[in-house]
Design a protein around this ligand. Structure first.
Ligand code: GDP
Length: 191
């Protein structure tokens, strides 16, 4: 936490299971091919990485690449230290405007994701769900998985979070995601 840059800009963090397509999505939304490394070996990102961006409206903001969760090859000790670091960051980072939780649209709801999203509720963290890799299944399968995911959330949530359907490969949903961020940049004051 103490190594994070000064909290002087709006900040948007991205998190999800290893291999969910986070690096590809970050590259797509920033328009940079090499910003976040697309990894052949999942679970590589273990640190909190900040990227400073300036959008065409001249607003500066941070994108934060958080380490992936649910990487089976990590030891219990590593997982605990991950949890501690992430929880501290998510709960204490004063300029964090929104957390984007990435979910692979090819799969049915996974306990680890539901559990994580429910923790965000307990901690009262504003977040949105981003379904990734939408090009990899049929629209019908993607829609069914999203419906199932939101139905599970409805068991514990009164209001559902905003959600986006994306494909980094086809650039689907990237514009909507950016518009959401630009909108929040305008309305959210954190100082
Ligand atoms: P990370 O571990 O969450 O950062 O995931 P990566 O971005 O490294 O992606 C994991 C794998 O999924 C890589 O082989 C990517 O090329 C692939 N991938 C990521 N996003 C997409 C997508 O939108 N569509 C398709 N077809 N493949 C993707």
């Amino acid at each position: 936490m103490e190594k994070c840059p000064k909290p002087d800009k709006h900040e948007y963090a991205f998190i999800g299971r290893s291999n969910v397509g986070k690096s590809s999505l970050l590259n797509a939304i920033t328009g940079r091919k090499d910003l976040a490394k697309v990894s052949g070996s999942p679970g590589k990102t273990q640190m909190i990485n900040h990227f400073s961006l300036t959008s065409s409206d001249k607003k500066d903001w941070y994108v934060v690449d958080l380490p992936g969760y649910g990487y089976a090859k990590r030891s219990i000790k590593q997982r605990k230290s991950w949890q501690k670091m992430i929880e501290e960051y998510i709960r204490k980072r004063e300029n964090l405007v929104n957390l984007f939780v990435l979910i692979d649209s090819r799969h049915e709801p996974q306990d680890i994701d539901i559990h994580f999203v429910n923790s965000l509720g307990e901690w009262q963290i504003p977040f949105a769900v981003v379904f990734t890799k939408a090009d990899k299944s049929t629209q019908r399968e993607v829609a069914a998985n999203i419906r199932k995911f939101l139905t599970v959330l409805q068991e514990s949530w009164e209001d559902l979070p905003p959600h986006f359907i994306t494909s980094a490969t086809k650039h689907t949903g990237i514009k909507q995601l950016l518009q959401y961020i630009f909108g929040l940049n305008e309305i959210v004051k954190y100082k």
